[in-house]
Design a protein around this ligand. Structure first.
Ligand code: RIB
Length: 279
């Protein structure tokens, strides 16, 4: 037996961690895992699915590169048990389940943390808006700052794409905001964009958290290596992959053949050194 996994970005440590944890879960029942990367390209994504089909995998754990209605047709054609993990897609077949972090709760943790420290002017660095986590985190930011009573004139949103460079570029735009109106904290949609913003701020003389606080999302290992260590929202990759393995194997062995199941996984705030108290 062999299980296949498709990730959208092999350069992002979050997906390396996710595939590593899935490998550990499957190794407990002596099932090997093969991992392919679509590198964010829909055509390559279809090719990866076809390759896994040609390898006669028994099931697939799938993280999509982004919205692409054709991928549901490919999944339907292959019609192997599959788990949609991390990036929700509309169900294309009955032969699938979903394992997703509660992204709305995760952004609430970040916003509440900053408000509790006296921050009232926040910037948000978006993730890819052609992905479910990118959209949900943006809408969640808007919801929780509104419910937190923040004035929309003190809120800023910048485009981002879940990578270092877009975080760096977003920080460049924050730097040109007049000092008296500059946000006192940044919420980034993932850690890589937070780290890109951190580098840009440091290169331009702004200290984190002394001048501006910073919160990421994912809790990749680099959060513990950089200075200051990054406060972030941890996605529980062990819980995500444990559910994915249980769901997938139950379908492969024919123990479950009903409607798609959804397993939301609760994230956790990991407070380190990149946010400060203004009160
Ligand atoms: O870091 C990459 C991001 O895209 C993560 O937050 C993950 O949820 C994925 O969707």
């Amino acid at each position: 037996m062999l299980v296949g996994m498709i990730i959208p970005d092999q350069t992002n440590p979050f997906f390396a961690e996710l595939s590593f944890q899935l490998q550990i879960q499957l190794a407990q029942v002596s099932v090997p895992l093969v991992v392919l990367s679509s590198d964010g390209d829909a055509q390559r994504e279809h090719k990866c699915l076809q390759t896994l089909n040609d390898l006669k995998v028994s099931g697939i754990v799938f993280v999509s590169a982004g919205d692409d209605s054709r991928v549901l047709d490919v999944l339907k054609t292959i019609n192997k048990p599959h788990i949609i993990i991390d990036r929700e897609l509309p169900p294309g077949t009955e032969n699938c389940d979903f394992v997703i972090s509660d992204n709305r709760a995760g952004i609430k943790l970040a916003v509440d943390h900053l408000i509790s420290k006296g921050h009232r002017s926040l910037a948000f660095i978006k993730g890819c808006q052609n992905t479910d986590p990118g959209r949900v985190r943006l809408l969640a930011f808007r919801e929780w700052v509104r419910k937190g009573g923040l004035n929309e004139n003190d809120l800023y949103e910048f485009d981002g794409s879940f990578d270092y460079l877009s975080g760096y570029e977003a920080a460049k735009k924050i730097l040109v905001i007049p000092k008296e109106r500059r946000p006192t904290a940044i919420v980034a949609s993932n850690d890589l964009s937070a780290i890109g913003a951190l580098q840009c701020l440091h290169e331009n003389g702004l200290k984190v958290p002394a001048d501006i606080s910073l919160v990421g999302f994912d809790d990749i290992v680099m959060c513990r290596w950089i200075y200051p260590r990054l406060t972030t929202v941890r996605q529980d990759t062990i819980a995500l992959t444990r559910s994915a393995a249980v769901f997938l194997l139950s379908r492969i062995f024919g123990e479950y053949e009903q409607a798609p199941r959804l397993s939301p996984v609760v994230p956790q705030l990991i407070e380190r050194q990149s946010t400060r108290d203004l009160t």
